[in-house]
Design a binder for this molecule. Structure first.
Ligand code: SF4
Length: 207
């Protein structure tokens, strides 16, 4: 499901899918053009996305414009959301490349249909700028690999994710995420997020 949401003032909020919040100059210029042709205002979200405010009749033009620069409308609802990543190896504190690894996961998983929202975040060091434990699946970089957390969420009933593995290498992340998703799908009642499954059955089932 695409993230296109009607706002209280009648405009449509269209969230651009930006893996780890990274865009090129060309992409940003196109986004700026679409913003100007729309309501003239954009908003950055906590999910590292830019929301273009526009009118309902221009949503298709936004979709087409984004496609011209290799972007698309980001996922919403019962899907795997765009994967959040920190500055990674650009950051002087990094011990893992949280940006590159988040973008690699986004390429594989973002937009996949799920029984409920599924959020993934990757931090390149224990300073944990991406607040990994507040996501369904979170990674925190250490010198020996990533610590992996499951079952976190924000919102009204915040829950901290629990650690299930450590020392996970970047190349092992996609298979591990697939494994966590498969365990989740075989355990959920069809509506639960991972955090609900962890609360009901414990984090051990993901180990
Ligand atoms: S999590 Fe660590 S590596 Fe990533 S931006 Fe923050 S301080 Fe830098």
């Amino acid at each position: 499901m695409e993230c296109v949401i009607k706002q209280t003032n009648g405009t449509m909020a269209v969230a651009v899918g930006t893996p780890a919040g990274v865009v090129t100059g060309e992409q940003l210029a196109k986004i700026a053009e679409l913003v100007k042709e729309g309501a003239g205002v954009a908003k950055f979200t906590t999910g590292q996305r830019i929301v273009i405010l526009t009118s309902a009749d221009k949503v298709q033009a936004v979709r087409d414009g984004l496609a011209e620069v290799g972007l698309k409308i980001g996922p919403a609802g019962k899907t795997i959301r765009n994967v959040k990543g920190c500055a990674g190896s650009l950051c002087r504190y990094s011990v893992q490349d949280g940006m590159k690894d988040a973008m690699a996961l986004d390429k594989i998983f973002a937009g996949r249909s799920m029984p409920a929202a599924l959020k993934i975040a990757v931090s390149g060091c224990p300073r944990n700028c991406m607040e990994a434990q507040s996501n369904d699946i979170g990674f925190i970089g250490t010198p020996s690999g990533y610590k992996v957390y499951v079952g976190g969420r924000g919102g009204r009933k915040q829950v901290l994710g629990q650690m299930i593995k450590e020392g996970v290498k970047p190349e092992e992340m996609p298979a591990l995420v697939e494994e966590i998703i498969n365990k989740y799908l075989s355990s959920t009642n069809g509506k639960e997020r991972i955090s609900h499954v962890v609360q009901r059955l414990g984090a051990e089932i993901f180990k």
